[in-house]
Design a protein around this ligand. Sequence first.
Ligand SMILES: *Cc1c(COP(=O)(O)O)cnc(C)c1O
Length: 393
Amino acid sequence: MKFNPAQAIQDLRQFGEFGGVNPSITDSSTYTFLEGETMEETFLGQMEGCFLYSRHWNPSNKYLADALATMENTESAWITASGMAAITCALLQICNSGDHIITSVTTYGGTYAFLKNWLPKYNIEVSFVDITNLEQVKNAMQRNTKVIYTESVTNPLLQVSNIPELAEIAHSSGALLMVDNTFTPMIISPKTLGADIVVYSMTKFINGKNDCVAGAICGSHEFVDQLSNVNDGTAMLLGPVLDPLRSSSILKNLNTLHIRMKQHSKNAQFIAESFQKEGIKINYPGLKNHPQHELHKSLMNREYGFGGILSIDLKNLKSANNFMKKMQDAGVGYLAVSLGYFKTLFSCSGHSTSSEVPVEVQKEMGLSEGLVRFSVGLDSDIEDTFEKIKSCL
Ligand SMILES: *Cc1c(COP(=O)(O)O)cnc(C)c1O
């Protein structure tokens, strides 16, 4: 039977201290021990179920981590205070000075900046490739390549990564495949397709409320043990711990993720098809004319659709800005960065979430300065929303 991420979460049973249907929130940074010996064993990571200090593990984050591991079908997971913390800690755990990373050139702007500007300072080499061109990926492999990094569906151009093929390329040389699945939780299950590590910005769809910033790393027991090792674990030593109060609210939101993803996808599909009928070019993986439509279909868990993100190219910045202002005034949604919110959000990628990418590189990868990215909301009357959008064009 095919893996079903929503059913996996549904089947998970987590209770509060007094039998509460929601796990209790652990409002403590430190924990008492009855004996000194137990403290030492806990410190060394040998005592399952014991907690020492909340930057290391805390029970609330452990519940959320267990739920995410269940959703991703990985052995384990780790919670971080942001998506960027998840990405940077995971990469720095794997790579040492002298190592090499291959990445999709189209990634989230912050990720791009980290790979481009930050890692070279520590002598970690990065090759930027067109991730849809597998020959280019193969040719970029070096003896010291430790990771191939990509996004399941890339930001903001919505290219779809061929996860099984990329995994094969990585594994054939002893490298790992790390996938940022922020755009497509439940829609794509990267681990079941061959990825080794799945990272998330939970700030987006997973939490879905835009009331906090958070991230996660899903992988093997061994990898999560490495991340949390007191001597050399990046998550432990760089210290981006999420507050337990927040992780508890994210856990509750995770339980409605499957319904939200279906509605985001349904609404986005409607908007995309309606634009297309009007003869307006739209970039959405759920349209047959999307270059990786068939690939997306072959990778996805069908019932969740093609996701809530689409983009439309207004060619120049001035038109894009006018369009977005009109849409905000007409009540389509908000002119704001971020995504996965219950209301529709739109922003001009080249001048916001991808502004870290130099203009020449934006041009090269096909990111026009007038590209408006939509995160389609949970609108109950999407036909009405489309009419509003159309009137603003
Ligand atoms: C937002 C985002 C990130 C960064 O996450 P934060 O929670 O803002 O740190 C990483 N990857 C993608 C695809 C994103 O959309």
